[in-house]
Design a protein around this ligand. Sequence first.
Ligand code: FES
Length: 107
Amino acid sequence: MGVINVIDHEGRAHELDAVEGWRVMEIIREHGLPMEGLCGGACACATCHVYVDDDWQAKLHEPRDDEDAMLDEVPTVADTSRLSCQLIYSQDLDGLTVQLDSELVKA
Ligand code: FES
């Protein structure tokens, strides 16, 4: 076990228990934060878009071509963007900090 830190669309910080082998998208959704993950992690919807904290950028694997292609479809994409379904939690990611894309939050 470990934790990930999630900044929600209102700037509030949440420390979430994380389970090894789970997608970061699933961890966020399981804790009830606004995270659709419509395609279930198939890298086909981009509704799991997050911004990764600068300190964590170098610790993540590079996005695959399909993730990069999907991110290109996101209007709010930034240099720190990732699809959280493509980040599989392991102890190496204990303390990972991401921010939700407020444009994805449904009213
Ligand atoms: S859940 Fe669909 S791309 Fe991540």
